[in-house]
Design a protein around this ligand. Structure first.
Ligand SMILES: NC(=O)c1ccc[n+]([C@@H]2O[C@H](COP(=O)([O-])OP(=O)(O)OC[C@H]3O[C@@H](n4cnc5c(N)ncnc54)[C@H](O)[C@@H]3O)[C@@H](O)[C@H]2O)c1
Length: 401
């Protein structure tokens, strides 16, 4: 079986690496640089080993391409393209639309199309199917299914194989074929009654995290006002063996999932006149954490940051990845600079960002830790400035939330 995977980023390349063991994989991406690297066996995604790609390339089972004609004769297509927010913070399906165009214009026979990109309920039925049909040169009846992706880049305990996977087809045949495909490299498949349930479940999973992160971020402020340790209090609550799940405070949420997916749910809810109180409020609380952190740092430093050199440690949105999308570091740096601080940042995993490069971990007046990669030593962080504020709870001896 020949499989095309549209989008070779975190999701698409991860699937390519797993699928390459069983199928001929065509990794379609419109970024020529990524495609060239992949064809040389170089992975740009944490958790996907270049050696694995090289193995599939050598066996003739993996090829990356920017050319639509390479997917003409495939049997199955997976969509794994970005689903960001537009400038006015609304769901932006332009990448999905472009992927549908590629499929419609190039696939020459009836195939199974599986969407893995995160989007609101109804995307498969009301958007993807009609779009592919609109772009198809001749009328081809494809099968359609959704299987939302749950990959957590950088995570070692859960991966494609041992993370249960939801799926649903628009027809029973589509469901069955989807199950056959994933059962080769995923241990547990969970069929739900409609694509809309699978799409909504994915959004709810991340909304659950967004709301609980906001709650713990608010609680961190309460604990500080009461003069007690938020971490000790959370550990104490976590001794309850049921009915509690521990979330930890931070400078805000980053990545393209938690700050984005709940807004997809809110948009479709509001279209149907349903309330979105928690989602909208949680977003505001998480966004406001950057200001709270800078307020705390300023209060500890004579109520002025004017002219002080501040080193922000960790600009990736989470540890051990180079991904800076929606990182909380961005807003923290903005607040620091607006108060006259001279800001540089240290993150050797990210390297370069916004045209700036990672600075040495030393010589600052103030260090603010946003993300702590495992490779960073606590002592090195503590000796980088006389005052260190840690938002991660991982640097013992520093000031913190
Ligand atoms: N990264 C994650 O941890 C994660 C987890 C679960 C779900 N998701 C969802 O999966 C989807 C993909 O996310 P990602 O993190 O892999 O994104 P990504 O930015 O890492 O990768 C997307 C890739 O698609 C390519 N691309 C964009 N438009 C294209 C087009 N028209 N044709 C072909 N290639 C195109 C880009 O060049 C890029 O390489 C999103 O909906 C995201 O919300 C991501």
């Amino acid at each position: 079986m020949k499989v095309a995977i549209i989008g070779q980023g975190y999701v698409g390349l991860t699937i390519s690496a797993f699928a390459g063991e069983f199928f001929d994989v065509v990794g379609f991406d419109n970024n020529q640089k990524i495609v060239s690297q992949l064809n040389s066996g170089i992975s740009h995604i944490e958790g996907v080993e270049g050696l694995v790609l090289q193995k599939w390339i050598k066996a003739g089972r993996f090829k990356a391409t920017t050319s639509g004609s390479d997917i003409a004769d495939v049997d199955l297509v997976v969509i794994a393209v970005p689903t960001p927010l537009s400038k006015d913070r609304q769901p932006d399906l332009t990448y999905i639309d472009a992927a549908c165009k590629t499929i419609g214009e190039n696939v020459k026979k009836s195939v199974l199309v599986i969407n893995e990109s995160t989007s609101f309920p109804g995307t498969l039925r009301k958007y993807i199917k009609p779009a592919i049909e609109k772009y198809s040169v001749s009328l081809i009846e494809h099968l359609y299914a959704i299987s939302p992706e749950r990959v957590d880049p950088g995570r070692r305990d859960y991966n494609q194989k041992n993370t249960p996977r939801l799926y649903a087809g628009l027809t029973a045949e589509a469901s069955e074929k989807t199950r056959e495909f994933y059962s080769r490299f995923c241990d547990e498949l969970v069929e739900v009654s409609s694509p809309e349930v699978a799409e909504a479940a994915k959004l709810f999973e991340n909304t659950f995290r967004q709301v609980n992160i906001a709650l713990v971020n608010e609680f961190a402020q309460i604990a500080n006002a009461l003069g007690i340790s938020v971490y000790e209090t959370l550990d104490a609550a976590n001794t309850k063996p049921y009915g509690f799940m521990k979330f930890t405070p931070s400078a805000g949420v980053g990545g393209h999932c938690i700050p984005v997916d709940p807004t997809y749910l809110a948009a479709v809810a509001e279209e149907h006149g349903a309330p979105t109180t928690f989602i909208r409020r949680a977003n505001d609380v998480n966004l406001a954490m950057s200001k709270y952190v800078v307020d705390r740092v300023q209060a500890d430093n004579g109520e002025s940051l004017q002219g002080k050199s501040v080193l922000v440690v960790g600009v990736a949105y989470k540890p051990n990845v180079a991904d800076v999308r929606e990182t909380a570091a961005e807003l923290v740096i903005e607040h620091l600079r607006s108060r006259g601080a001279v800001v540089s940042w240290h993150d050797d995993v990210v390297g370069t960002w916004h045209g700036e490069t990672s600075s040495p971990l030393s010589g600052a007046d103030i260090t603010v830790v946003i993300t702590k990669h495992d490779a960073l030593g606590e002592r090195d962080i503590l000796s980088s400035a006389p005052y260190v504020f840690d938002t991660t709870g991982k640097v013992a001896g520093a000031k913190g939330l």
